[in-house]
Design a binder for this molecule. Structure first.
Ligand code: PLP
Length: 385
């Protein structure tokens, strides 16, 4: 009686889902599963931000907002880009979306035609190639290696450029690798984009979670060629509020707004007021970010050291809250390794399969130190059996 569209059927079923649903099943059976698979901060949203959300409800700020977001929020984002990133985006070159995810979705649909090629450093966050493919464009992975700490290699990147290349997607600090690209590499990518007339879409959602190195916005090198995407989810522990934003060339922002006007209209008015507090009361917010960064850094050091000591080779990531462990000592296939860890150690991890990261699994350390210690103990039991 009905059939699903070609587009919806073209979405790749996630290999990750199988492991995640098995984890739930085991949990329902009453087993004590520790999840190292989540992609969100374990901290609560800071009080001053929650308070602003509640105030917005009480004050009746509960109606549609402009498609591109509240003017005062766009003003605050414009100021944030200037203050924290050295980027100049007037409020009318800024748009507010339902999470960073929708900003990316709108950007790809605003910029890509079928057949266009999009360079994506791999291992990558799964949504990039899937969203790009939905537009009819072609995702082109640019491999990086664990040996280099997943650093982008300019020669490899340049070798993937063809006459059809339209865009480069960057995510630094990156999910799943935690890699932070150096200012020199970012400058070289910016020069390549300028020479070849490419658009850079840079997803800087983990910008505040960097540990030993500076975080630089590539938009400072090639402002005309860069769309900067960011959001409230990871920095302010606001994943459920669904606030993302982007700044870039006015024509691109206008096209993104047109798309949004015919899909979701605007991000939640209540969440926009909360995000405004996060940006405007920035001393309180900075204190929260500093606290979180300090905690993540300690956890990172413990988990990287622990995994390497167990013989699971794990580069030290410079940012975000993920590590990539080589699970060859457990099984040569990462899906199998993830299954073994779940069934025998009762630890849920994400196999690298969907990230284009064979023989590796991703562990998120956005969880308590206690859990991390227990996970290392359980892994040790399985490996040393
Ligand atoms: N970009 C990256 C690299 C992510 O890991 C995530 C979330 O996992 C997002 C974007 C999207 O976050 P949100 O839509 O909550 O802003």
């Amino acid at each position: 009686p009905f059939r699903l569209s070609d587009k919806s059927r073209s979405l790749k079923p996630s290999a990750t889902v199988a492991v995640a649903s098995r984890a739930l099943e085991l949990q329902r059976q009453g087993l004590d599963i520790i999840s190292m698979s989540v992609g969100e901060p374990d901290f609560d949203t800071p009080a001053h931000i929650k308070e602003a959300g509640m105030r917005a409800i009480r004050d009746g700020q509960t109606k549609y907002t402009p498609v591109s977001g509240l003017p005062e929020l766009r003003e605050a984002i414009s100021e944030k880009f200037r203050r924290e990133n050295g980027l100049v985006h007037a409020p009318d070159s800024v748009t507010v979306t339902n999470g960073g995810k929708q900003a990316l979705f709108n950007a790809f649909f605003a910029l890509l035609n079928p057949g266009d090629e999009v360079l994506i450093p791999a291992p990558y966050w799964v949504s990039y190639p899937e969203m790009v493919a939905l537009t009819g464009a072609v995702p082109v992975p640019v491999p990086t290696t664990p040996e280099s700490g997943f650093m982008l290699d300019m020669d490899v990147l340049a070798s993937r450029v063809t006459p059809r290349t339209r865009m480069i997607v960057l995510n630094s600090p990156g999910n799943p690798t935690g890699a932070v690209f150096t200012p020199e590499i970012l400058q070289a990518v910016a020069e390549l984009a300028q020479q070849r007339g490419l658009m850079i879409v840079t997803d800087e959602i983990y910008e505040h979670l960097v540990y030993d190195v500076p975080q630089v916005s590539i938009g400072t090198f090639a402002p005309e060629h860069t769309l900067t995407v960011n959001g409230a989810s990871k920095a302010y522990a606001m994943t459920g509020w669904r606030i993302g934003y982007a700044g870039g060339p006015k024509s691109v922002i206008a096209a993104m707004n047109a798309l949004q006007s015919q899909s979701t209209s605007n991000a939640s008015s209540i969440s926009q007021h909360a995000a405004l507090a996060a940006l405007a009361q920035h001393e309180e917010t900075t204190a929260f970010i500093d606290m979180a960064r300090h905690a993540y850094r300690q956890r990172r050091d413990i988990i990287v050291h622990g995994l390497n000591a167990l013989g699971l080779r794990t580069p030290t990531p410079q940012g975000a809250f993920y590590v990539m462990a080589d699970t060859t000592p457990i099984h040569h296939n990462e899906l199998e390794a993830a299954r073994i860890l779940l069934n025998e150690a009762h630890v849920a991890v994400v196999p690298g399969t969907d990230f284009a990261a064979p023989r590796q699994v991703r562990l998120s350390y956005a969880t308590s130190m206690e859990n991390i210690q227990e996970v290392l103990r359980r892994l040790g039991n399985v490996i040393n059996r």
